[in-house]
Ligand binder design. Sequence first.
Ligand code: FE
Ligand code: FE
Length: 397
Amino acid sequence: MAGIGVFGGSFNPPHLGHVHAVQAARALLDLDEVLVIPAAAPPHKAMPEGSPDPQTRLELTRLAMAELPWVRVLDLELRRTGKSYTSDTLRELSAACPDQTLYLIMGTDMFLSLHTWHEPEVICALAVPVCLHRTLADGSDALLAQAERLAAQYGCAPILLDNPVLELSSTTTRKLLALRGGAACLPPAVWQAVLDRGLYGLCEDLTGLSYPQLEAQALKRYDERRVPHALGVVQAARELAGRWGASPEDAARAAVLHDVTKALRGPEQLQLSQAYGIVNAPFDEAHPSLLHAVTGAEAARTVFGEPEHICQAIRWHTTGKPGMTTLEKIIYLADYIEPNRSFPGLDAVRQAAETDLNLALELAMEGSLRDLARRGIEPSGLTAQALSALRAERNIV
Ligand code: FE
Ligand code: FE
């Protein structure tokens, strides 16, 4: 089955997943060549703030594909004005090579939404839709149903390729780059160019920021829905610091950074800790959801240049540990009692926080342990040790 592969996208930035995708498609479909076509203005989504211009994305894509002689990176969508519609691109390509079969290569998300694109009937008439299974979580039922739907509606014969999985996306890559941890996602030449040109904010000095500047930078790295939580923790931490003799400024800085890496999922957490050179304890490695405390502390240290006592408060906000400093206790507690939270037993912890910091912390840790037990999640041994230490401090055995 010889023919020409067509692979479009915003390539923001081009990453190793793209390289694997064209390699897999070429091998499985026995293609003569693959045309890689960066979009000038992707019709499906607005380009995120701070994205490189189309010409730069084209140049990065050329670097990414430089070692694949059967790939041609084309600028034809950059030469058009307006939205970069795939139907227009396929019209140009099929006019240029009328005797060739075109295979439109795309990932799962794009395949599942193909009927909503601009002129899907033109797309399906001019090219064979090819879906690469991109993630392990791909539901094959949904893919089969979509293939049948496209076949029935547009008379095409979509191909589902079961290619080796490389769990990576441009969104993930950008999130990792924003935390200075994305090198392993990129072909080396792309990484070098991103670094040399300071793309994706890589050369921005984020150390020594004032609190408002730090807050703005930190919140950009949160999932939008977690921003109220971060600000709630800042408010609670400032109040606790005022009451219990810690610096409200330090408390606010630790609080706004405490979940700064939490937008990353498990595998990405592992990737970030690798990029930071962190050797994880086996417990942390097995519980990637807790890793955000470890990677968050390292991000505070290396990206934002925060002093050690602030990084440590972030490090221990999920598990606690014996011998916590006042700031560490405050961040743990603020995370638990911040104003957006509401669950049974919380009022007692909030009341205790006004009269006895250690008692409040004990109640919060007991509550966390109960919650983990209910959800069948193994707790870190550190929380139990922290509780014993606190009880000993209050002379309760
Ligand atoms: Fe957290
Ligand atoms: Fe939190």
